[in-house]
Design a protein around this ligand. Structure first.
Ligand SMILES: Nc1nc2c(ncn2[C@@H]2O[C@H](COP(=O)(O)OP(=O)(O)O)[C@@H](O)[C@H]2O)c(=O)[nH]1
Ligand SMILES: [Mg+2]
Length: 265
């Protein structure tokens, strides 16, 4: 869907159906009481409104034992509860419920510059891309934001393998700041409930020949709280997922049978 011609006419952006274009921010949160409020506050809702875009913020909680949900409501988000545990389940719930034609995926920990969301969604709004992923490798990583073994070993190695196996050309496969059109999200048929959701999205985006664009994003230390992903367990799961997906795509092509290819950027 292309909103380019619709933005800037009297400041209004309308969808093909005549409704206002909506951007949905979907934020999974597990015990993020100390960071979720400030993360929601940094969503540039007024700035988007000036561009004619209305927005909603959906926080998806599944098993927090702290005051995450209350903090999110106080900051003005809609809080959804997902019974199935997991990072992927939370995203699947939020992205499915989202009303927006453009969906932004972000952590609840303050690490991503969600205040710059306009740059992230612009390629989709202008009809140039279906899926936009941030790159912390290109945008810069502040001291203390990422453990050295993620920065110099795990992330580069898994990103290299992702590109090698699936023909993507990205520089930061683990970046959690992403945007996708609702239509493209629905076309992918994502189903992973755990952390494999992140590579599944990339693999299926390539297999479905989505137009993928990468933009540099800065990465900073968490506002508060602890990381939920565990380096070695999740790194290993990610590696297994890439290999199993590669084998499956080669043997049983899915979603139009396109298989791995060299995506356009
Ligand atoms: N609802 C929900 N959110 C989760 C779950 N696991 C992780 N998250 C959230 O997903 C985001 C990414 O996790 P995070 O700990 O920041 O991982 P890191 O960025 O790789 O260190 C954060 O906002 C977490 O609170 C989960 O099982 N359920
Ligand atoms: Mg995080």
């Amino acid at each position: 869907m292309n909103y380019a011609g619709e933005i800037g006419i009297g400041g209004l952006a309308t969808s093909e159906a005549g409704a206002w274009a909506i951007v949905s921010f979907v934020i999974p949160a597990l015990n993020e009481e100390g960071a979720v409020g400030a993360t929601i506050d940094s969503v540039p809702r007024q700035k988007l409104l000036r561009l004619g875009l209305t927005s909603e913020v959906l926080v998806v909680d599944n098993d927090s034992i702290d005051g995450t949900a209350a903090a999110a409501v106080r900051a003005g988000a809609i809080v959804l509860t997902e019974a199935r545990r997991g990072y992927g389940s939370a995203f699947l719930k939020g992205l499915t419920e989202a009303k927006g034609n453009t969906l932004v995926l972000c952590d609840a920990d303050g690490t991503y510059p969600i205040e710059d969301a306009e740059a992230l969604i612009r390629p989709i709004l202008e009809g140039r891309a279906d899926f936009v992923i941030g790159s912390r490798t290109k945008g810069g990583i502040a001291d203390g934001a990422m453990p050295w073994h993620h920065r110099y070993i795990g992330n580069p190695a898994l990103t290299w393998l992702q590109n090698r196996l699936f023909g993507t050309r990205i520089s930061d496969a683990h970046c959690g700041l992403r945007a996708i059109s609702k239509d493209a999200f629905l076309a992918l048929g994502l189903e992973c409930c755990g952390m494999e959701f992140a590579p599944e999205m990339l693999i299926k985006a390539a297999a479905n020949r989505l137009r993928i664009e990468e933009i540099p994003v800065r990465y900073r230390p968490r506002f508060a709280g602890k990381p939920k992903l565990r380096s070695f367990r999740d790194g290993w799961r990610h590696l297994k997922f890439l290999i199993v997906s590669f084998v499956k795509l080669r043997v049983i092509p899915t979603h139009g049978g396109s298989g791995p290819h060299h995506g356009s950027h």
